[in-house]
Write a protein that binds this ligand. Structure first.
Ligand SMILES: C[S@@+](CC[C@H](N)C(=O)[O-])C[C@H]1O[C@@H](n2cnc3c(N)ncnc32)[C@H](O)[C@@H]1O
Length: 421
């Protein structure tokens, strides 16, 4: 799962119930205070119902804040007893976390965890891996890197782990402690609040490391480094990393409507040339669900990472690709997505975030091309993609995409740069 700072509205899809543009506009005018706690839904299209739900929740929270302020003010001018009562009411309902806290730490808000837990492709796969392969977990010491609500730790505890260390750096660690206690696993799960890179683990080694570290475009957020750090420091020889394989794929799509709406829009805004923003918009890959009908070429594997063996540097790579058109069409964007797998299971388990699979909260990553490629069936787009962590902010990902088409109707060769942030 990833964080970001913008609430953006995604495109309408034929197969999804989304907002009409008028509805989007009215909901888009959420007060800034409502938008701040929503880094949870960066660049993601929100369904109308989801937007309304969020708006409602936030409005209720605002009302709550107003009420607390009012009670505080009233208490100042009233009797001691009334003040005490009011203050204790307020103490019970006040959460002194502010939007600024969420700005820097979106994982402290329960909303992002709700989104992840409700992603059944993601969460059910982890559950199946653990429950259907108890032999991997039973009587083992497990380290859960980035435990969040503690869900993976709870699965492991239920599967008979000897002990689980659940490490979580956000405020959610406090909730995880409560959740562990409420479910009667306090003797099996120890929640440690802090960064994995900074905590002291009360055991010299662990048998299993489990983590859900994947970001948009697999690598955004760079949480993989934290898993590799934990693996190098604490995993016993021959220990297990779950998941142990992650692969990045590339395909190409027709997407004229949305490219027009999101990119070409800047050419003439109420008659003014704002194309300097278009350049910026082109550089930011869009996280969105792609309809499989938009896919024009086959898919190619760019890179497979073996989490149990790789080094941190292996996450930066250059990979060649060759995409073959499956019909006559126009290509507006290349699309990246990833699969993860748990190869140590009795039967291979994993999931794909590709456009042909059931949608996940990771959606796909769309990189618009400056050119529209007019491609004929059987023609190939060749090129290479270089991926590296940004030097200034290693949680951001820099992507360099070179592509060429030497086709009947299009002869194009170009290099474009993108930045996931
Ligand atoms: C994608 S969420 C997964 C949460 C939970 N494991 C689940 O599956 O629902 C990743 C979690 O890792 C935490 N995290 C990220 N980097 C961390 C680090 N270096 N040390 C500890 N926790 C970290 C985040 O705060 C976040 O709660």
């Amino acid at each position: 799962m990833s964080f970001g700072l913008l609430l953006a509205i995604g495109k309408e899809k034929q197969d999804q119930k989304t907002c009409s543009s008028a509805e989007i506009k009215s909901l888009w005018r959420l007060p800034k205070t409502l938008i701040f706690p929503l880094p949870l839904y960066p660049q993601n299209p929100l369904s109308l119902s989801r937007l309304r739900e969020l708006e409602e929740t936030m409005t209720n929270n605002n009302n709550l804040n107003t009420k607390i302020r009012f009670e505080d003010e009233a208490a100042q001018g009233s009797s001691e007893a009334a003040q005490d009562e009011s203050m204790s009411d307020a103490a019970e309902t006040t959460d002194d976390t502010t939007s600024a806290d969420y700005y820097f730490d979106s994982y402290s808000h329960f909303g992002i965890h709700e989104e992840m837990l409700k992603d059944v492709v993601r969460t059910k796969t982890y559950q199946n891996v653990i429950y259907q392969n108890k032999f991997l977990i039973k009587d083992k010491v497990v380290l859960d890197v980035g435990a969040g609500t503690g869900i993976l730790s709870l699965f492991c505890a239920k599967a008979g782990a000897k002990h689980v260390y659940a490490v979580e750096c956000s405020q959610m660690a406090d909730m995880a402690k409560e959740i562990v206690k409420a479910n009667g696993f306090s003797d099996v799960i120890t929640v440690l609040k802090g960064k994995i890179e900074e905590i002291e683990l009360p055991t010299p080694k662990v048998d299993v490391i489990i983590s859900e570290w994947m970001g948009y475009f697999l690598l955004f957020e760079n949480m993989l480094d934290s898993v590799l750090y934990a693996r190098n420091k604490w995993l016993v020889d021959g220990g297990l990393v779950l998941p142990d394989k992650a692969s990045l794929f590339l395909t190409a799509i027709e997407d004229s409507e949305y490219k027009e709406d999101k990119i070409e829009f800047w050419n003439s805004v109420y008659g003014f040339d704002m194309s300097c923003i278009k350049k910026k918009a082109m550089m930011e890959p869009l996280v969105d669900t792609v309809d499989q009908k938009q896919i024009v070429t086959d898919s190619r594997l760019l890179k497979t990472m073996d989490i149990s063996k790789m080094s941190s540097g292996d996450a930066s790579f250059t990979a060649p690709f060759k995409l073959v058109a499956q019909r006559n069409d126009y290509i507006h964007a290349l699309v990246a997505y990833f699969d993860v797998s748990f190869t140590m299971c009795h039967k291979l388990l994993g999931f794909s975030t590709g456009p042909k699979s059931r949608a996940t909260h990771w959606k796909q990553t769309v990189m618009y091309l400056e050119d529209v490629l007019t491609i004929c069936e059987g023609e190939t787009i060749t090129g290479s993609m270089s991926v590296s962590y940004n030097k200034k902010n290693p949680r951001d990902v820099d992507i360099k995409l070179s592509y060429s088409l030497d086709g009947q109707h299009s002869k194009i060769s170009r290099t474009q740069h993108y930045k996931m942030r």
